[in-house]
Design a binder for this molecule. Structure first.
Ligand code: 6YU
Length: 497
């Protein structure tokens, strides 16, 4: 590992946010020799959108769930392996070599709104058709786009596909597409795929490896990384109110002002707040304001909500091998019905449940997934109202009027004031240039360059919306400062741990 020149080790670097991006930047900078690195975190904890909770005796993930693509190229996988945080199966070469393209081959159960459990064999061909259309949606980068959004493309293809089918087949086909759209809203963290740009959809890249989880919780990764830092690196309960850059009156060009009125000077500030937070607070967070091209990219890039509802039962009412259950609304044609009354229909947006495995570890625990405005509305309801709605839904779809959950727990990412939603997606009209603009430091040239740098999941060109993407952006900005201060190139310390 090359280190920073001794005359520069005192450069004052402030990092805003103690999520994985902020922490990975601090680890790199500290290991390279910088002695004046401070993370300012608004809340009382590190991890941000990596947040592990408990439901009864179970460890549950309120935020990030999986390592997407756990294989050698994935720095989160390599660190988790190094720290001994994974189950043995996740470490096998077979697991790492699996190419699933972001869609793990889960064993499904299908339930309908009239209380029927459908034969999976009948639905799988319809589902395959939907997945083929979805795959086709990822082929328009740099090409002429027949529609502005992924949603419009999928709906037009589905209508074309089942145009000549009999009424029953078409109706079932549309129910399956509608369910796929809801599931993809969760995957992409968007209200509707009509908000996801068709051309930019293929910017997201997957890595090989069958997605795996942290048996004792994702936060183990955060705790291990924090142990690489001096103990006073993170200052908690310290929300940053304003970053004044281009200062000529102080020796250091940046002043960071906190909510409590505290003001500190810095040579460089790495901003890792979520895109949702930036969209909402950019006008007060930066003085002078952000350049227009950066602001427009922040506006074009999408940021939405995906929430989980954990539901625990005393015993399983699903097949023993079931890994995901889809709830199909038979009467629904969301290819046409776009606006729902939130109060009465929010629960219809829940696409279904994943089953937490292995059963010996989790018992009979399901995780429901719901995205978009319905998910944001769900956050405003009481625990009791959410439990009641989920119980009614499950009773209706199983046809079992007495099924009662033991415990229910949901996430509330939209109303978290420091996150303002779940993760980013490429909005309509968005291009790779917008992602470059998001990552561009301020200023890039001049006598005092690199005063404000930008990291965080939304600034990664192809791994946005993921933990590994966020981690890599923290390293990227640390490297930017290292190359600014050193004459030689750098190697990542995290890859050597
Ligand atoms: C992944 C997964 N996963 C589920 C859910 C969520 C997310 N992700 P942070 O926000 O963490 O840190 C910023 C800090 O800044 C924070 O601590 C704030 O408190 C602080 N802050 C804010 N304002 C401040 C201020 N003013 N002053 C001081 N401090 C301030 N990723 O790899 N696997 O399974 C999931 C999932 C419900 C909410 C996820 C997942 C996303 C990650 O959690 C997220 O990217 C990183 O943790 C962000 O870290 P960070 O450091 O950037 O910000 C085709 C195609 C499809 C495209 N998408 C497919 C990918 C699917 C993504 N899947 C996600 C799925 C789940 C379930």
């Amino acid at each position: 590992m090359d280190s920073v020149k001794s005359e520069n080790i005192n450069a004052k670097i402030v990092i805003v946010g103690s999520g994985i991006a902020g922490i990975s930047a601090a680890v790199e900078l500290t290991a390279a020799g910088f002695t004046n690195v401070q993370i300012l975190e608004a809340t009382g904890r590190s991890g941000g959108r990596i947040k592990t909770g408990r439901l009864g005796d179970n460890v549950v993930e309120i935020g990030a769930n999986w390592i997407h693509g756990p294989s050698e190229e994935n720095p989160v996988f390599c660190l988790a392996r190094r720290y001994g945080l994974l189950d043995p199966e996740a470490l096998t070469p077979e697991n790492q070599a699996m190419e699933v393209g972001g869609h793990p081959p889960w064993v499904p159960n299908f339930f309908t709104s009239t209380g029927r459990k459908l034969d999976a064999e009948c639905i799988l061909p319809l589902q395959m058709t939907c997945l083929e259309i979805l795959e086709e949606s990822s082929s328009f980068e740099g090409k002429e786009e027949p529609f502005p959004s992924v949603g419009e493309f999928i709906c037009s293809k589905a209508l074309e596909k089942w145009a000549d089918a009999d009424k029953a087949t078409r109706s079932l086909g549309f129910s399956v597409v509608s369910n796929l759209l809801k599931g993809e809203c969760c995957v992409n963290g968007t209200h509707s795929l009509d908000e996801v740009g068709l051309g930019a959809f293929s910017l997201y890249k997957t890595l090989p490896g069958l997605d795996c989880t942290f048996p004792k919780g994702y936060e183990g990764l955060i705790q291990n990384l924090l142990s690489e830092l001096p103990s006073d690196t993170v200052k908690y309960n310290c929300p940053v109110r304003c970053i004044e850059w281009n200062n000529t009156e102080t020796e250091s060009p940046v002043i960071v002002e906190c909510e409590d009125g505290d003001r500190m000077t810095a040579d460089h500030v790495i901003v890792t707040v979520s895109l949702g937070y930036l969209k909402k607070h950019h006008s007060t967070l930066f003085r002078p304001p952000l350049p227009l091209h950066k602001l427009h990219s922040i506006q074009r890039q999408g940021f939405g909500t995906n929430n989980k509802i954990f539901v625990e039962f005393d015993s399983a009412w699903w097949d023993a091998d079931c890994e995901v259950m889809h709830f199909l609304w038979e009467d629904e044609n969301s290819l046409v019905d776009k606006t729902l009354d939130l109060q009465s229909s929010w629960i219809k947006k829940l696409f279904g449940f994943t089953v937490l495995k292995p059963t010996e570890r989790y018992g009979h625990l399901l995780c429901g997934w719901i995205a978009g405005h319905e998910s944001e509305y769900m956050e405003t309801l009481s625990d009791q109202e959410v439990t009641q709605a989920v119980t009614q839904l499950i009773r209706r779809f199983t046809g079992n009027p007495i099924l009662t959950p033991k415990r229910v727990l949901r996430s509330q990412w939209f109303h978290n004031p420091w996150t303002c939603g779940s993760y980013s997606f490429p909005g309509t009209g968005c291009s790779s240039q917008d992602l470059k603009n998001l990552a561009e430091p301020l200023p890039t040239t001049g006598p005092q360059p690199l005063q404000v740098l930008f990291a965080g999941e939304a600034t990664h060109p192809c791994f946005y919306s993921t933990v590994h993407g966020a981690l890599l952006t923290g390293q990227r900005e640390a490297d930017r400062l290292l190359s600014h201060y050193s004459s030689t190139s750098t190697n990542h310390v995290l890859s050597k741990l």
